[in-house]
Ligand binder design. Structure first.
Ligand code: GLY
Length: 313
């Protein structure tokens, strides 16, 4: 059953198109940035027969546990007041979704998001409620502010200069899409958000449709970069709907980035990037500024791939 695309525009996504993008391929794991340890984990699991949902959760958990990664999970940079607050979401091939926002003291928000999806009638839990739920589910509290992140935050406090940094240390949010042996697609997205954000700020990453969206009939998309811009374009949902209409993942990512470029006069001062994969295993990515890359695991090869960009700088 092919759904009607955005608004009242006629869908060009015919049954023929649907058949062509549901053709089977071998498993694939892709992730934003050069998070090859994550794609290796997820890809290896997929080739051992794991479901896309299990693989995508375990894949992003690699970066949530990586203390050197200051943009995701444990070791993530805190907000202006020194709180490490994490956002994450997950989607399964059946269209179900779970999300947590402003979650403190839990190393693996993606796993809490999966529990929200599987164990509650809700999609999103926030703050204290999300923490209480996580503890009820057996997750352990942990101090996520590493000495290194604390030192960097205290240094930042001296000047309190707040401006988005393009391609922060060449990494940011991890968004991942996995296609399993059955041809099913799942996705996850997890972040500590912008370094030194306002207390309470939530970005795109845990928002279904913004940081992540998928439709198992079509494909999926994930986002990284300036969450405020991605929220305003609902970029991942847009990309999946564009793919439903017959666009390739590359064309769809380009159109999503151009929506922001054409509407936001400030676009040169921040980065956004999208990564998409359709059901045939075709992958596309696009960003505003040069520097975004994505990791891909396919048939034993784990690679880092440069993305094309709107600006050559
Ligand atoms: N894309 C991550 C954030 O803005 O929070």
């Amino acid at each position: 059953m092919v759904g009607v695309a955005l608004g009242t525009a006629p869908s060009v996504f015919s049954q023929t198109n649907l058949n062509s993008i549901t053709s089977k391929t071998s498993p694939i794991a892709v992730a934003t940035w050069n998070f090859q340890n994550a794609t290796k984990m997820a890809g290896s699991m997929l080739y051992d027969g794991a479901s896309a949902l299990d693989a995508v959760e375990k894949g992003v958990m690699v970066e949530e546990a990586n203390l050197k990664n200051t943009t995701v999970g444990n070791g993530g940079a805190p907000d202006r007041d020194g709180n490490v607050t994490l956002d994450a979401c997950i989607m399964s091939p059946d269209g179900n979704a779970g999300s947590v926002v402003y979650l403190k003291e839990i190393e693996h928000p993606v796993s809490v998001a999966r529990k929200v999806m599987e164990e509650t009638p809700h999609v999103m839990l926030a703050g204290e409620g999300a923490l209480q739920f996580a503890i009820q589910q057996g997750f352990k509290r942990k101090n996520l502010l590493t000495p290194e992140s604390e030192t960097a935050w205290k240094e930042w406090l001296k000047k309190k200069e707040y401006k988005p940094i393009i391609n922060i240390e060449n990494h940011d949010t991890i968004g991942m899409l996995c296609l399993d042996r059955n041809g099913d697609i799942a996705g996850a997205c997890t972040t500590s958000g912008l370094a030194y954000k306002m207390n309470g700020r939530v970005g795109d990453s845990p928002i279904i449709g913004a940081g992540l969206y998928l439709d198992n009939e079509v494909g999926g998309a994930v986002a990284t970069g300036m969450g405020e811009a991605i929220l305003k374009s609902v970029g991942s949902f847009l990309i999946v709907e564009l793919m439903r209409q017959g666009k390739s993942p590359q064309e769809a990512c380009e159109e999503a980035v151009m929506r922001t470029v054409n509407k936001d006069p400030d676009y040169k001062n921040f980065q956004i990037a999208f990564l998409a994969m359709n059901k045939a295993g075709e992958v596309g990515s696009y960003c505003i500024h040069k520097g975004f890359t994505y990791a891909k695991y396919h048939e034993g090869e784990n690679t880092n791939n440069p993305s094309s960009s709107y600006l050559e700088e």
